[in-house]
Design a protein. Structure first.
Length: 336
């Protein structure tokens, strides 16, 4: 796997490579780069002298590639970690869940992380990298995220991926479904037969199952203006359509100037911020000058609910049963 781990860097520190114990890069713009104060030409590739190579003090397995970020609108250096698939998965688990969760839940996470990586690599065919190391794909922190439990889960499921019609499935996942997951088409428009809403009864075991957010009319209006929407001080919010699972599908925002704005629930959550409005499974009411959002769950709601999987594992379900529940119609296959 080729994973983009850093971008837009103007200075960069790499330690522990077979080429040099310490390398400092500085980007001067217009393709000018110095390595330990001497001009150099990119791209450059480095292997570790011992087990790990360190990028900004963080350990990684495999090869580190440094190149100029020549993508449109990008300036600086980009760093790519070229790493075998299994160590990549081990470096994901503790960033997505805790490896201290029940072993069957951790194994389920290993399978879906592996499957997602393979699916995205094949679908994108990006000549520079397959995945990013952020929430845009999967949070990857290198070898620093490994421990005995995560390595064990990866070993126990080595080479296993979920397939549909013989191809790797798009195994998206989220933190907490709020009791029920969502059809993919309701969130992203695309229709995958195995990404259907299913009951997720164990979600309620999470401390964050229920949540509440309060925002004043003026602060809410400011958020939407910052997000690029033309709206005055917000006077009213009305949900006009919900999905069959109860998530907000459309709502109307009314400003003090009489203007009205219709947004999808997904657009509304993006504008407010994913960490603030934790899901689109909410009710909203106005209390004085405050809008109060009362909701359940966390995340987009599609695919596996991580807290739901944890609860299933605690109740004795195996990882294969967990995967069949959240991705109905898929087949678990060992591809190597």
């Amino acid at each position: 796997m080729r994973v983009l781990i850093l971008k837009g860097k103007t200075d960069l520190l790499i330690k522990g490579s077979s080429a040099s114990s310490e390398m400092r890069f500085e980007y001067g713009g217009d393709g000018r780069v110095t390595l330990n104060a001497k001009e150099t030409t990119l791209p450059l590739r480095y292997t570790p002298e011992d087990e790990f190579i360190y990028v900004e003090e963080r350990p990684y397995r495999g090869i580190i590639e440094v190149r100029e970020d020549e993508r449109e609108g990008s300036i600086g250096l980009m760093v790519i970690n070229e790493v075998p698939l299994e160590p990549y998965i081990a470096g994901i688990i503790n960033s997505e869940i805790s490896s201290m969760w029940p072993a069957e839940a951790v194994k389920a996470q290993a399978v879906i992380a592996r499957t997602y990586a393979v699916h995205q690599r094949d679908a994108r065919a990006n000549p520079l990298f397959d995945l990013t190391s952020t929430l845009m794909d999967q949070v990857y922190t290198g070898a620093g995220g490994e421990d005995e439990a995560s390595l064990h889960a990866v070993k126990e499921t080595e080479g296993e991926v979920l397939t549909y019609d013989g191809m790797p499935a798009l195994t998206v996942y989220h933190s907490n479904g709020g009791g029920v997951t969502e059809d993919c088409k309701e969130v992203w428009g695309a229709d995958y037969p195995y990404l259907r809403g299913v009951k997720s009864a164990y979600d309620r075991t999470s401390a964050g199952y229920l949540w509440e957010l309060s925002l004043s009319s003026s602060s809410l209006g400011g958020i939407f203006k910052k997000a690029g929407y033309e709206v005055d001080r917000i006077e009213a919010l009305k949900v006009t359509e919900r999905t069959k699972t109860g998530r907000v599908k459309k709502l109307v925002i009314k400003g003090s100037g009489g203007n009205a704005l219709t947004l999808t629930g997904v657009e509304f959550r993006k504008a407010l911020g994913y960490s603030a409005l934790r899901s689109t499974l909410f009710e909203v009411e106005k209390r004085g000058d405050e809008f109060v959002f009362s909701g359940r769950g966390s995340g987009h709601g599609v695919g596996l609910s991580q807290w739901g999987a944890k609860g299933m594992a605690e109740d004795g379900y195996g990882y294969k049963e967990i995967l069949r529940h959240y991705y109905p119609g898929t087949e678990l296959r060992r591809v190597y």
